[in-house]
Design a protein. Structure first.
Length: 114
């Protein structure tokens, strides 16, 4: 079965750190572009970070310098390291891969308290 399984997230104080994981089953992550998105209450889902098959990364301006996307090919897993978290980072975070269709993880809640 092809799926993305997310872990990590939770509640953290402003200035703290969290790491999200996205493990792929049935698909090889290094072959495709993988992205992290987030959706805050009442807002549209937005792209946070991406990593290409070649390892190039890109970030939304709002997280640049604080978040890092990475990939462990041996574990077939993509990570999102989030540092210096702010209350406005509070959202449900999703990973996504797009072979010939969009495949999303189940979502992980991140709550940053002030």
């Amino acid at each position: 079965q092809v799926r993305l399984v997310q872990s990590g997230g939770g509640l953290v104080q402003a200035g703290g750190s969290l790491r999200l994981s996205c493990e792929a089953n049935g698909i090889i992550v290094r072959t495709y572009l993988m992205t992290w998105h987030r959706q805050a209450p009442g807002k549209q889902r937005e792209l946070v970070a991406s990593i290409t098959s070649g390892g190039s990364t890109n970030y939304a301006d709002s997280v640049k310098g604080r978040f890092t996307i990475s990939r462990d090919n041996a574990k077939n897993t993509v990570y999102l390291q989030m540092n210096s978290l702010k209350p406005e980072d509070t959202a449900v975070y999703y990973c996504m891969i797009r072979p010939s269709f969009e495949l999303w993880g189940q979502g992980t809640q991140v709550t940053v308290s002030s």
